[in-house]
Design a protein around this ligand. Sequence first.
Ligand code: AMP
Length: 253
Amino acid sequence: MFKLLWMLMLTPTLSIASLKAPLLEAQNQTSQTVVLILLGPPGAGKGTQANILSDTLQLPHISTGDLLRSNIKEGTELGKTAKGYMDQGKLVPDDLILDMLFARVANEDCQRGYILDGFPRTLPQAEAYDKRLGTSAKTIALNLSLSNEEIINRLSKRVTCKECNTPYHLIHSPPKTEGKCDECGGTLIQRSDDKEEVIQKRLNVYEKQTAPLIEYYSKENALKQVSCSQSIDDVLTEILDYLREIYRSLKEE
Ligand code: AMP
């Protein structure tokens, strides 16, 4: 009986582990730079999936929200301007975001590819980014979807590490020690924009400004739809399966 329970607990981890090896093999066989874009409403799980994918594929995870929060923490001019927009649930102006992102992706660690989380958020951002990238990289957009009810439930119970930004859900994925990050021991806080009244504003902004990107990337034939009402492991399994096929097709090109 115990053995059976133990095996059931291990099953998702084992199946994910078995997906990683063929994916890495396919990744190693192509020299093409791959940019993964994680689209989806706030709270869909972009940060969580991007962290795991970054670890699996050994590609940097670039979150424009995290870059902005670092600027706020450091008290830069960009941080001061961005905070005003973020606390109201609004988007930070495109030109500020593009300058910040282009500076980041010019770094050496982005040569083989990277994972974008929270960018692009508007059509002008997507167009400016595509123009800069040209044909130098293969772009793949993953659209992580979730109902508004579930988003509000997730975000209002979300806490994030002040130091390394690892997210936790107080009910579904709580930290081992209350208030402390499992990864780095940092203090867990609720983001000022995860308060219920700001969440609703962020959802409205998402519908108006970011959702049109789904059509933009599906027209470019570079979009994979992923439902995030499943478990984290099931979402990851679906993504890893898809990416393996993408890397294999790149090898054949
Ligand atoms: P996130 O951490 O992705 O949920 O972003 C938190 C907040 O940062 C957003 O509500 C925006 O105010 C701002 N932000 C992050 N990324 C962008 C972006 N690509 N364009 C404009 N604003 C952004």
